[in-house]
Design a protein around this ligand. Structure first.
Ligand SMILES: C[S@@+](CC[C@H](N)C(=O)[O-])C[C@H]1O[C@@H](n2cnc3c(N)ncnc32)[C@H](O)[C@@H]1O
Ligand SMILES: *[C@@H]1O[C@H](CO)[C@@H](O)[C@H](O)[C@H]1NC(C)=O
Ligand SMILES: *[C@@H]1O[C@H](CO)[C@@H](O)[C@H](O)[C@H]1NC(C)=O
Length: 424
């Protein structure tokens, strides 16, 4: 177990939002200390002391694990105790975080520091949002993610598919005050204005109502020409339309778009459409590929975690007929679960290989803050990357203004993902 803890920590720090500078500093400090100890001949006594510390720590971990299992009540306190002691990281080995491999292992250029700076800027903006209660739409984490990615990339044109009342249109507008938007959504956001808050943008071309066209049926060459776009890598496309993401990826590639954001990147066996998270859940990825054996390590961890996190799934929910765990119990869902197609594992595997062959960058937005800070109770943090503001950093959480927000805005996190793609 210990080795698993250490190796998962290492993996976590390397993949930690691409903040390489931090990792490097860390390594060089360790190296320096080791070199010093070797030089002075103090290495062996130190290793011995280190070993004692490691053994004691692992004993404490184990003991606490037992305490946690026996605390079956799922009130907030026991949940807090659960992740403070049992730790997310101890479970990461088998219940880790799958991700999609990119062609050349490239990652995004922004770091955790940039994200924290972004949060500082975005919280006051978010507080002025016109749609305060955006149930069924985006919450805080994804609003921040979309805003951050957009203001970083500074596209010449923004396209969104799936606008609902227009909250995401508003977020795009906050990121780029003077950049045109194209919004594809069956029901025009102005329709919602009659009943309550909604956002209709002055510089947005709406393909909505009787003008609605599905993203896959738009003549993008014509539309780009009309908007004077010559370089398609200057366009950002945002999908929040609950369509099969493999289908959307193929359509986006065909049109030549390169920067894509998908709002709902559902985890395996959850959600109403096939997602990248699902596609890339494969045996060769840490935390990916599953066994349907209830008494396995994973089976036990899952049933335990399900008690604490509403959207966590146990083995029974994970697996469909014939031990099909991929997608949603072996199904490839599409269009808000209106369409449902069984796929074989071979097909599922083929899909992931296709995705990998066109991926330049895959970046999942981390949750903005740990569950002890946000009090979110829905998604299992063990299946998400390390939060931007980690548990225990209440000072930072408060100084960023995050403590002013209602807890419910943190409940909608579903691993929003930014993809940079190019042809095979
Ligand atoms: C979850 S809501 C979007 C939430 C929104 N982005 C926000 O900011 O909160 C999904 C939206 O997708 C729309 N939709 C359904 N089918 C669609 C399609 N084929 N293309 C684009 N949008 C679609 C729905 O009408 C709905 O408004
Ligand atoms: C649309 O954007 C242009 C700049 O690109 C700006 O001059 C104009 O005022 C904007 N119109 C509205 C209605 O916001
Ligand atoms: C999705 O569709 C399938 C079959 O069409 C159905 O059995 C299932 O209950 C649906 N799931 C949800 C969450 O609506």
């Amino acid at each position: 177990m210990l080795e698993r803890v250490l190796s998962s920590r290492r993996a976590a720090s390397v993949s930690d939002d691409g903040d390489e500078s931090k990792t490097r500093k860390h390594i060089s400090l360790g190296t320096r200390v080791t070199n010093y100890l070797i030089r002075t001949g103090h290495l062996w006594p130190c290793l011995l002391i280190g070993l004692v510390i490691v053994v004691v720590t692992s004993f404490v971990y184990h003991t606490r694990d037992v305490v946690c299992i026996s605390a079956s009540s799922s009130d907030h306190l026991s949940r807090l105790r659960f992740f403070a002691f049992d730790g997310l990281e101890t479970d990461f080995g088998s219940l880790g975080v799958p991700w999609c491999r990119s062609k050349h292992g490239k990652t995004v250029e922004w770091t955790t520091k940039d994200l924290i700076k972004g949060l500082e800027e975005f919280v006051p903006i978010y507080e002025t949002r016109p749609i305060k209660n955006n149930m069924y739409g985006m919450g805080f984490d994804h609003s921040f993610g979309l805003w951050f990615i957009t203001q970083w990339l500074k596209p010449e044109l923004m396209i969104e598919s799936g606008a609902f009342k227009g909250h995401s249109t508003w977020v795009l507008r906050q990121a780029m005050p003077d950049t045109p938007i194209i919004s594809l959504t069956p029901r025009h956001p102005e329709k919602y204005l009659k009943k309550g808050p909604a956002y209709v943008d002055g510089n947005c071309t709406y393909f909505a109502g009787k003008d609605f066209v599905d993203f896959g049926n738009v003549d993008w060459r014509k539309v780009m020409k009309k908007h004077g776009i010559k370089d398609l890598s200057q366009v950002l496309v945002f999908f929040d339309d609950h369509q099969n993401e493999l289908k959307r990826l193929k359509q986006a590639l065909k049109a030549g778009f390169r920067h894509l954001v998908f709002e709902d990147n559902y985890d395996t066996s959850t959600g109403d459409h096939y997602s990248f998270r699902q596609m890339c859940d494969q045996f060769y990825i840490r935390g990916g590929g599953h066994s349907c054996f209830k008494d396995s390590d994973e089976g036990r961890i899952r049933s335990r975690r399900k008690k604490f996190w509403e959207k966590a799934v146990d083995i029974e929910e994970l697996c469909g007929p014939g031990e099909a765990w991929w997608g949603v119990r072996g199904q490839m869902r599409d269009d808000f679960n209106h369409s449902n197609k069984a796929i074989s594992y071979a097909e599922h595997f083929k899909n992931s290989r296709f995705v990998e062959s066109v991926l330049d960058v895959y970046w999942e937005l981390p949750p903005v803050a740990g569950p002890s800070l946000t009090h979110q109770t829905r998604y299992d943090p063990a299946r998400a990357s390390s939060p931007i503001v980690e548990d225990g950093r209440y000072g930072l959480f408060r100084s960023l203004g995050l403590s002013r927000l209602e807890a419910s805005v943190f409940n909608g996190y579903t691993q929003m993902v930014y993809l940079q793609v190019s042809q095979e």
